[in-house]
Design a protein around this ligand. Structure first.
Ligand SMILES: [Zn+2]
Length: 166
């Protein structure tokens, strides 16, 4: 069940976040199938299902948090299942942490939002803990997931060449 938000507060929150994204050159699709962030084309999409709710604002802030990530603490280490698992959990945690930092900068960090934000953070981070550690999850799947995080590529000199603006 999503937590309903007053339409005027929702509008205010959404417009602060979208103008931040505009300034950063990140495009956003507000009525998509799921919440995602793609570093390759600097694009965020949001699940239309939760539009109008606190959960929607939280999901969007999490994706914005991904766009602001620093290099992983483990990016220089030889690839291994333990390293890759750690990166997934690190990246998913820090995206939530960054997302709240952005909410504070945009001055939308009110108590009601924080209550839902914490719940969503716990829920989705636990989802990744489970996914990354359950025996059925293949090492290949974990490795692909890690490769999708932008920060690792930018830390690699070969990839940073490819990422230069053209
Ligand atoms: Zn995420």
């Amino acid at each position: 069940m999503n937590t309903a938000m007053s339409p005027s507060i929702y509008k205010k929150h959404l417009s602060r976040i979208t103008s931040y994204l505009k300034k950063k050159g990140i495009t956003v699709k507000l009525n998509s199938k799921e919440f995602t962030y793609s570093s390759e084309d600097d694009h965020i999409s949001c699940s239309s299902k939760s539009q109008g709710s606190y959960e929607y604002i939280c999901g969007l802030l999490h994706e914005v948090g991904h766009s602001r990530q620093l290099n992983s603490h483990f990016h220089n280490m030889k690839k291994s299942i333990n390293r890759n698992r750690a990166i997934i959990l690190e990246q998913e945690f820090s995206a939530w942490s960054n997302g709240w930092e952005i909410a504070s900068e945009l001055k939308i960090n009110n108590k009601q939002l924080w209550i839902v934000y914490q719940k969503e953070w716990l829920k989705y981070w636990n989802h990744y803990i489970h996914l990354a550690t359950k025996p059925e999850t293949s090492a290949a799947f974990i490795s692909d997931r890690v490769d999708a995080y932008p920060v690792l590529k930018s830390a690699d000199p070969i990839h940073s060449f490819n990422r230069l603006p053209h």
